[in-house]
Design a protein around this ligand. Structure first.
Ligand code: ADQ
Length: 449
């Protein structure tokens, strides 16, 4: 996140967030606070029980799947849930702890920008401290259809808490529209072209599609460690087309569907066997959750089967890595790829597709992109869009991408590269913060009139 504000001189940003580790003693907390201060980061300390109920429970076991259309917990997921009630109480408590820290560091004129589904209660807590505080909230995941959101037991409380913000942002217009529908249908508030209105108070709701720091990727391709990696990869996969998947190992990323589509492609295109390799890099996340453990086994099983079916003694069609890559290795992989495969079943935006495009100005590779990723709305004209649930369609898209003429690849790449290099993370942050300032000024003027 620190990179986000590089080159954005107007912001004196400070990051307030959970440190991600349990530091029970005061001496440890003081030491960590001091160390992080140099990076302009301020930690919030959450104890193990709160982390379990709030972060693993309410955030990752309830909100994350729900917002990605996977529904509320059932069967074993319900067993790990204990009860919505206690987890929701922990959620509010954790959000209040964030608010306490923000309030402690707040100075008049500051803008407070709350991020993601973990902090939907934060706008409300902050406004209770100080109704003049300028508060924005941005969701990095999809916001689902109001019919999905209304299944959540705490649906109204969460919506009301978010509406305490002055500006509410989403990656796409569709997510914003779903949020406004939820507020009108569940709360009975009025939806306007500007946002949501209740008793004369307007919360502005709008789309702010995120981008990446494209220059960072483009510059990296010139540096020696990346060049060395590129050369190694080119030698290793000489004579074969390279396909790439880079994902967190999460249900929403559609990794099994991607592998099955690749298998179907190999089944139906025997002339490509031995001439194409799929590199699938998947970083394990939430490894203590049974569903994620099952996903890991499922992915390993499918990879084993496909490699058994189509591999030879010297080469396999899929190389699968269960780990994170460092930045130079990631850039090199993006640069040598002929076809990138993003098959998310749902995804707020999907930055991997942006990063791939930024690293492809020489090769002009093809992006196959799920229509259920927010990125489909910005990179749709350059990518081949697919429904990841339709294995045949994805298999056909792979064949089309591998056989695409250089002219068509160039045209498609140009569209995406122009978008990725002009809609950057810096521009996204500047736009959100300046709109937040404007929104507050306009609201003050409305009150005076
Ligand atoms: P994520 O779900 O994490 O983010 P994504 O947008 O694809 O998804 O970003 C993943 C990031 O992790 C990328 O920067 C990528 O380079 C990196 N990454 C992934 N696998 C890696 C690996 N094996 N090694 C190294 N790095 C790896 C959430 C939402 C998205 C939304 C973003 C930003 O779920 O939909 O786009 O926030 O808002």
């Amino acid at each position: 996140m620190d990179k986000l504000f590089e080159g954005v001189k107007e912001f004196e940003a400070r990051w307030i967030g959970w440190a991600g580790v349990n530091v029970p003693d005061e001496i440890g907390q003081k030491a960590l606070t001091k160390a992080l201060a140099e990076k302009r980061c301020i930690p919030v300390f959450l104890d193990e029980d709160i982390v379990h109920q709030y972060y693993n429970g309410y955030c990752n076991n309830i909100l994350w799947p729900l917002f990605h259309y996977l529904g509320l917990p059932q069967e074993d997921r319900l067993a790990t849930t204990r009860s919505f009630q206690s987890q929701f109480a922990a959620y509010i408590k954790a959000n209040q702890m964030f608010a306490d820290v923000v309030n402690k560091h707040y100075k008049d004129g500051d803008v407070v920008w709350c991020h993601d589904y973990h902090l939907m209660f934060l706008p409300k807590c902050l406004k209770e401290y100080n109704s003049d505080m300028k508060v924005g909230w941005f969701l990095h995941t999809p916001f689902p259809s109001s019919e999905i959101h209304r299944t959540l037991p705490s649906r109204s409380d969460l919506l009301r808490a978010v509406l305490a913000a002055d500006l509410v942002g989403f990656h796409t217009y569709d997510y914003a529209r779903h949020f406004v529908s939820a507020c009108t249908r569940i709360l009975g508030f009025e939806g306007t072209p500007e946002g949501v209105e209740d008793q004369g108070r307007l919360t502005r709701v709008a789309a702010f599609p995120i981008g990446i720091d494209s220059e960072r990727f483009i510059r990296a391709l010139e540096i020696n460690p990346v060049q060395v990696h590129i050369k190694e990869l080119q030698e290793t996969f000489a004579g074969r087309k390279v396909m790439l998947g880079v994902d967190r190992l999460d249900m929403i990323k559609g990794i099994p569907q991607k592998l099955l589509a690749f298998e179907k492609f190999l089944e139906e295109n025997s002339d490509w066997r031995g001439k194409v390799v799929l590199l699938q890099i998947a970083v394990p996340t939430r490894t203590d959750v049974p569903e994620y453990q099952r996903l890991t086994s499922q992915v390993h099983e499918i990879v084993g089967r496909i490699n058994g079916r189509f591999g030879t003694l010297t080469a396999v069609p899929i190389h699968h890595l269960d780990r994170s890559l460092d930045f130079p290795a990631l850039c090199a992989l993006y640069a040598v790829t002929d076809v990138a495969l993003v098959t998310s079943l749902r995804d707020g935006m999907n930055l991997v597709s942006y990063e791939f495009v930024a690293c492809q100005d020489l090769k002009k590779g093809v992006l196959i992109l799920s229509e259920f990723a927010g990125a489909a709305q910005s990179l749709g004209a350059g990518a081949i869009l697919v429904n990841p649930w339709n294995i045949t369609e994805v298999a056909n898209a792979i064949a089309r991408a591998l056989n695409m003429s250089p002219e068509e690849r160039e045209k498609r790449h140009w569209h995406n590269f122009t978008h990725v290099t002009t809609h950057t993370a810096q521009e996204w942050a500047e736009t959100f913060v300046s709109e937040l300032n404007d929104t507050v000024v306009e609201a003050q003027l409305r009150i005076k009139q």
